[in-house]
Design a protein around this ligand. Structure first.
Ligand code: PRP
Ligand code: MN
Ligand code: MG
Length: 181
């Protein structure tokens, strides 16, 4: 495999820009949850980098938990039907839950997760996503913490994959055309 930076077409956000924005979101989250015990819930696998950096930017000790989900059928996410591959270890009844995601694309994944978690009776449920694609939304999701709204382009890096690769890229960017061919 060749050097991953050569596979990028253009960089949307550098590692530094991502960290600066996550620091801002963390500051806001710290204020909003002051005096409350918040549980961070990450969605595997894309959210791993966001979780790692967001939680380290928080001033208090916070617990985290993870869910892994998958669409039924062909692996396209368009159906919006999701099954749980790994459920939370934590009982979230009466807990303040903050879902941590890398990207909201169609919104179908988070829409399903959100209603699934709401049915468990959390004290509160909010969403933090690093990226959001307003032009790709098939459902509207109320998202309290958004890093960046981006155009409807396929992006990789910082946890986001193309066919399970490029998650380890430090920046976020679009792939060069030769990668797809
Ligand atoms: C990606 C991304 C979000 C979801 C967004 O996950 O990490 O979780 O798709 O898409 P949507 O808004 O259209 O539902 P993916 O299913 O690729 O799994 P991954 O996190 O393991 O890459
Ligand atoms: Mn994901
Ligand atoms: Mg993916």
């Amino acid at each position: 495999a060749s050097d991953i930076s050569g596979d990028l077409d253009h960089v949307l956000y550098t590692e530094r820009e991502i960290h600066e924005r996550l620091d801002e979101l963390a500051a806001q989250i710290a204020v909003d949850y002051e005096g409350k015990d918040v549980l961070l819930v990450g969605v595997l696998k894309g959210a791993i980098m966001v979780m790692a950096d967001l939680m380290r930017a928080l001033p208090t000790s916070v617990p985290m938990d993870w869910m892994a989900v998958s669409s039924y059928g062909s692996g396209t996410k368009s159906s919006g039907v999701v099954r749980i591959l790994k459920d939370l270890d934590t009982d979230i009844h009466d807990r303040h839950v903050l879902i941590v995601e890398d990207i909201i694309d169609s919104g179908l994944t988070l829409n399903w997760i959100r209603s699934n978690l709401l049915s468990r009776g959390p004290a509160s449920l909010e969403i933090c996503t690093l990226l959001r694609k307003p032009d790709a939304a098939k459902v509207t999701i109320e998202c309290k913490y958004v890093g960046f709204d981006i155009p409807n382009e396929f992006v990789v890096g910082y946890g986001l994959d193309y066919d399970e690769r490029y998650r380890n890229l430090r920046d976020i960017g679009t792939l060069a055309p030769h990668v797809y061919s």
